[in-house]
Structures are given as C-alpha cells and as structure tokens.
Design a protein around this ligand. Sequence first.
Ligand SMILES: Nc1ncnc2c1ncn2[C@@H]1O[C@H](COP(=O)(O)OP(=O)(O)OP(=O)(O)O)[C@@H](O)[C@H]1O
Length: 490
Amino acid sequence: MIGIKNLTGGYGNKPVIQNVNFSLEKGEFFGLLGPNGSGKTTLFKLITGALPAAGGEITVDGKPLSGFSKLEKARMIAVLTQEAHVSFDFTVEEIVSLGRYAFQKGLFKSLSRQDRKVIDDVMELTGVTKYRDTQFRLISGGEKQRVLLAKALAQEPKIMLLDEPTNHLDVKHSFHMLDLLKEWQREYGLTVFAILHDLNVAALYADRVALLHEGSFLKTGGVDILRDESLLRQVYEVDVKSQPHPYVPKPQLLMTPEEKADPQKDHFSRSYRVRQNEGLIHIEFNDPLRTISNGVTGEGIQWLNHFCNFHVNKNYDGGDPVDDMTNWMANQGIPPEKAAGMMTAVKLEDMVLLEKEYEGIRLLAMVTAGVGNAVDITSEELDSEIGKIGTINIMVFLDSHFTDGALVNACLSATEAKTKALQDLNIKDPYTGTIATGTSTDSLLIGTTQKVERTPYAGSGTVAGKAIGTAVYDAVTGAVRKYEKRQRRS
Ligand SMILES: Nc1ncnc2c1ncn2[C@@H]1O[C@H](COP(=O)(O)OP(=O)(O)OP(=O)(O)O)[C@@H](O)[C@H]1O
C-alpha cells in the first residue's frame, strides 16, 4: 500500500535517515522501534511530508505521494504527532470536527448529519464526550492525546501514522487506544504505522516491526525478532531477557539491572527457618527462591520466600482451595503473594526433612507422604473414586542457579526418584493391582537460590540431578514408611 524506496533525509547537509526501504501492506500494524536519536521522528517526518526528503520516493498504491492533493491525502492518511500545537481556544468538539474537513462539501463548508455522527462516535470511542464543550488547552496531556486520536479517527483514514501514540497515557488508556487501533485494523482494514518506545507494547500489538539504528533499518520482521536478545543488546545497549507472555504467544522483554555480588550471602543452612505444628509446615527463606511448582498457590514459575504444607481434614471439600489457603496464610502472618502452598491430609509429624550436601550442592528436602490414593499412571483404567488420605508432597530447595529448562529437568529428576521409591516399597495401585507411579494428587516444588553459577541441566546425568534424586528417594521412602507404620497402628 505504501512503498518507501531509498528514502534519505535529515537536517542541513547531514542525512539522518539513509536509504531506508520498506513497504506497508494494507491492514497491517507496523511498529517503528529504535533507541533515542536513532532517527525515528526524522523518518516519520519524511513520510508525513513535514520534512522534505533529500532523496528516494514514497508511493501510495503505486502512485507518488507528491502527486496527491492535500484533500486527497487527508481522506487517505491521518497523522497523530507529538507536537500538538493548538493556538486558538478551540473546544474539544471543534478539534475533533477538524478531522471531517476533508469530507465537507460546497462553498460554505458545514458539517453534514453524517459528519456529526462520525464526530459523536469517535468522541464516544475515545472517551472524550464528557469534555466536548471544554477548551482543549484546559484538559490534561493524556486527555489531549485521546482528543487528537478522535480527530484522526474522524478522518476515517485508510492509513494512520502515529508518533508515540501512548505517550502521556496511563496503562488503561494506552491499552484502550491500542485495542481501538487494532479493532479498526481488523474491521476496516486500517493500516497503522506507529513509532513505539515500549518494546513490550510493540510485541503485543504490531504485526511487523523495524529496528532503526543510526538512521538505517538493522532488522525488519515479525515481532519474533524481539526474541533475539543479542540484537536488542546491540541496539539498546542494555541486558535484555526475552520471555514468552504467559497467555499470548508473543515475546515480552525484561530488563536486567547490573548484577552486584552479594557480600553478605547467607550460608545455605542459615538461610531458612522451619516451623512445624499440627496444622502447618512453614519453611521461610531469607531471600526469595526461583521456584517451579504445581502447588495450590504459588504455582508455575515464581520468586517466593515462604513454603507451606497445610494439614487438612480428609473430608475437606476443597470448594475454593486457593481462597482457603490464601486466608490460612494471612491468618498465620504469611504474605500469600510471596508464598507457595500445598495441602495434605497426612499427619504432619510424619514429615521427613532432610538437609544434605552432594558433591558441593547443598539442598533441603521436605516430604509428606500418604499412599492411599496410589495410582499407576501407565494403566488406562481411571479410578474416579478418589478421596482417601493419600498425597505425596515434595519440596526441594537447592543452593543452585537453574535456568527454566533446568527447573523442568529438576522436576523430572524428583519424579523419577519418587517413582523408584514407590517401586522399591512395593506400593501398589489398589484399583489395578500394579506398582504405583505416584498418587492422584501429588505436588512438587523445586526452589533454587540462584546465587551460584548458572546451570542449564539438572537431569540424572548431572550432579544437581543426582543430589535431587538421592534426597527425594530417601525422603519419600522415609515418609511412606512413617505413613504405613501409622496405618498399621490405627
Ligand atoms: N530539528 C533538528 N535539527 C537538527 N538535528 C536534529 C533535529 N531534530 C533531530 N535532530 C537530530 O537527528 C537525529 C535523530 O533524531 P530523531 O528525533 O529523529 O530521533 P528519534 O529516534 O526520534 O529519538 P527519540 O527516541 O529521542 O525521540 C538526532 O541526532 C538529533 O539530534
């Protein structure tokens, strides 16, 4: 739709933008990214015509942009810039009405019924109707930005050029504006070209992005180019970590502050405290641990300090376990947002707590085990009658530094060790009569201090994996034996 060929230009003799080539396809959202001073605004001004180009060509649908009249351009392209100089005392409604200028007909141009409808609609969409009679100069920066968006939308443009559109806007209004642009993109095939400062916003909203570096495009492509951490480091000169968004298949970027060694690092065994009573095992670490878990609360990958294993009655109905557990934590003075929680009907005094060192890796393992719900996961038969006491809750804390992959590896290692323990103890699935691989409601948590050298592996071929495997095997074996002893007594 828009073709940019060898575009060159700047201020005075020195071209800031040099030989930029790209095309904007109809209906796409194109994000222009780059650090301060890379030339984004200059390129924007060359495209909008605010700055004359020293060389190159801009075409719309194959025709040179210079060949279109001012009115033709206004019916096609709307521009939202940073420099919103409004010198007169216009009201908000009058500003928005200016967007209809290109559509007004006749000698004495006046607003038609259709114009008025569009103006009302776009003011409603951008949430500025309540300021319609207020003077533009009297509203806030963010409100002005929304009014200018309304004016741009009132043009019913095919192409929207925006220079940092969410500048001045709070989180709600930023997302509202971007969602609105996305909706017009989908509904009316609007083509959007926007300078974006926030890489995460660009990753979520743009279809394609270009990274401008010293006046030239260093890379253009889908937002997946933002997964390239070394490229971003080269352009922005900061340490960036690319992470997947948890709900949208898009990358999100995290900035890492310069790391300083912690001179007062606790020895591992002095870095935690364990509190235990009939209702709760509470392990508290001085500093947050990187954790992976499937617990009732604190699930997924997190940074947490508090680790809880709550005792529940075997008839606990589990109506809203997350809510219940959050309340139990709060009642115990444990901040739920920093805590992971599991629950078990097993007597907590039968816990096995084991601190060990394996080949220089210090770890702490906590296991409570009941095997009344033992299940052989490899059998196709599914016993729906579950409800007896029987859960194996495992927590393993290590003085290690694991990547996310190593955390997954650690889960494998712990699970393999648990299953081997059940096999050696001859624990059977009562439904199938075969050796159980676990119980139906097992929980696992791995936590690492992340204060030593980073490792990407924690499987059975590694020291970390062996540390986890041997500790979990011993702790599960000990806990199941205590459980069986209690069962025999009762
Ligand atoms: N009016 C001007 N006259 C002369 N040089 C200018 C002018 N405006 C910008 N420049 C220079 O052009 C270069 C690119 O500036 P530009 O404003 O295009 O960068 P930008 O990528 O938009 O930066 P920012 O992220 O800070 O807005 C800079 O070196 C800047 O100093």
